[in-house]
Ligand binder design. Structure first.
Ligand SMILES: *Cc1c(COP(=O)(O)O)cnc(C)c1O
Length: 351
């Protein structure tokens, strides 16, 4: 007899981006600026009422997001970060090990974790040679056991997108009986005209649910707010399985205030977009393999040199995010911080 269910021994722990005093942190795709003053004020005011439980149904924020999306509120669910909503998606679709979750790999490292925690079985499908979702292979992997498919666009950690035409073809191939989740955590950074926008497709595909977050472009990673939108049936189920009161008073107030200053927050996006191209071009010039990115990070396909690259950068006080023997993800930050990365990347090549 053991106290804890045996399968958790094999569960990979979520690896947070490291923080080291004095080092530049390019490991977690955050924006390196604190929330705007008006958001901080709203958070402080909400904290003053912290003796009371939050609004369980997250009514005001849900209505506000619904308005932004031009959807009825019953088609929007707010969660404690979109990672929580990923777990809720597994919980509303899968009952046990016979139920499968299909996702691209390498992709967001939370997918295998939430799948296993939910007691379901992972079906990871390798990315193509150009680091994109292999949607044909994913569609071919769908069978009677498939309950949920995670599609990540832009894909964390490779930065590549799925096009609208590709996703529509995929949805047609999968059919209406499997939930397809489109994770758009980096939605605000997408500039490609042909990239998928989940909002354009949710009305036509009731099995499609879209995830977005306040953690990235909205600069509220520490407050924990994400949201899902899709068919009322899916959204109602997501609400049922969410932990009660998971979205705190502070999180709800912070997200509301952030939406009030949306233009100010998103004003930093064009700078990141131009920097990501500059950083990628410089890395390509140094000989690195870097796929085109539609996000606020770049992927360096370093293979066996991954650990050495990460250690070299740590020596140069630049914290990057290594993924086993696949590669390194680096957040695109301010021009000054990006220059520190490029200098270290240049000296790594010279070694
Ligand atoms: C960062 C990220 C999220 C956001 O997670 P939160 O829980 O909202 O902070 C979701 N999906 C992907 C792919 C991410 O990279």
């Amino acid at each position: 007899m053991t106290l804890i269910r045996a399968d958790l021994d094999a569960l990979p722990a979520y690896v947070p981006g490291r923080a080291v005093p004095g080092a530049v942190k390019l490991a977690s795709n955050e924006v390196p600026l604190p929330p705007p003053a008006s958001v901080l004020a709203a958070v402080a005011e909400a904290a003053a009422g912290g003796n009371r439980y939050p609004d369980l149904a997250v009514t005001t924020l849900t209505e506000r997001l619904a308005r932004e999306l031009d959807l009825p509120p019953e088609r929007v669910a707010v969660g404690c970060g979109s990672v929580s909503l990923c777990q809720q998606l597994v919980n509303i679709t899968c009952l046990g090990p016979a139920d499968e979750v299909v996702y691209a790999w390498r992709s967001f490292e939370a997918y295998p974790i939430v799948t296993q925690v939910g007691g379901a079985t992972s079906r990871p499908i390798p990315l193509t040679d150009d680091f994109r979702h292999d949607l044909d292979a994913m569609a071919a992997a769908v069978g009677p056991a498939t309950r949920l498919i995670m599609v990540c666009s832009p894909n964390n950690p490779t930065g590549t997108v799925v096009t609208r035409a590709e996703l529509e073809r995929f949805l047609a191939a999968v059919g209406p009986d499997v939930v397809v989740a489109l994770d758009e955590a980096y939605y605000e950074y997408v500039t490609a005209d042909d990239a998928v926008d989940g909002r354009d497709l949710v009305d036509a595909y009731p099995n499609l649910v879209v995830l977005r977050t306040f953690s990235k472009a909205y600069r509220l990673a520490g407050l924990r707010v994400g949201y899902a939108f899709g068919a009322p049936e899916v959204v109602a189920a997501l609400r049922k399985v969410g932990s009660p009161f998971a979205v705190s008073v502070v999180a709800q107030a912070g997200a509301m205030a952030a939406l009030e200053v949306k233009e100010e927050l998103l004003a930093s996006v064009p700078g990141v977009v131009s920097e990501r191209d500059r950083v990628r071009d410089a890395l390509l010039g140094l000989g690195y393999v870097v796929p085109p990115t539609q996000s606020n990070f770049v992927w360096l396909a370093l293979g066996e040199r991954t650990a050495a690259f990460a250690a070299h950068h740590m020596d140069h006080k630049v914290i990057v995010r290594p993924f086993a023997a696949d590669g390194v993800r680096v957040t695109v930050s301010s021009p000054e911080e990006n220059d520190l990365l490029l200098a270290a990347a240049a000296s790594f090549v010279a070694n």
